[in-house]
Ligand binder design. Structure first.
Ligand SMILES: [Cu+2]
Length: 174
């Protein structure tokens, strides 16, 4: 009898654990700023590949994501930051979208955009994916540039294939 009770108790523990993990997965999917962050990461990866056309598509998606964001889903902290940066995000997305043939100009907007996305990410709770804040010391005549990545491995969106691994992780955004 004791053995059976123990089995039940252990099963309950496992069931409990499973429920917890599925709840966390659900929370990740509904993170309200996720559309913006996903479009940003898509843009970042296009720039890593020196692909101005793909960057333009992602820029347009970023603008749509900022416009379509349901503000009711934001926390007070997220709403405050989002209201401050929403117009800038849309403008950067639009310029990147209309400059498919000009990677240099797309990267100029991307550099400013990255600071804004960083501010937004910093307001997020722990339910989103882990992100990294990276720094390239060589961009823009060694003035440097930052970006956000979903991978710990450096993949440089400013220098692209010319110098893909230049840079370092400044901060882990949990
Ligand atoms: Cu522009």
């Amino acid at each position: 009898m004791k053995a059976i009770l123990f089995t039940i108790a252990v099963s309950a523990l496992f069931l409990g654990a499973c429920n917890n993990s599925s709840n966390q997965t659900a929370a990740k999917k509904t993170t309200s700023t996720e559309g913006i962050i996903n479009a940003y990461l898509q843009l970042k990866n296009a720039l890593v590949n020196d692909n101005g056309q793909a960057a333009a598509i992602a820029g347009n998606e970023l603008k749509l994501a900022a416009e379509g964001l349901n503000k009711a889903t934001l926390t007070a902290g997220q709403a405050k930051v989002f209201n401050e940066i929403a117009d800038d995000i849309k403008e950067h997305g639009e310029h990147i979208g209309s400059n498919a043939g000009n990677l240099k100009h797309q990267r100029e907007h991307f550099e400013m955009l990255s600071q804004e996305i960083y501010d937004l990410v910093k307001t997020d709770d722990n339910s989103r994916q882990k992100l990294y804040y990276d720094h390239c010391p060589m961009y823009n005549n060694k003035k440097g540039g930052n970006w956000i990545s979903e991978t710990k491995t450096i993949a440089n969106p400013y220098l692209g294939k010319e110098m893909p691994t230049c840079g370092n992780v400044k901060e882990e955004l949990n």
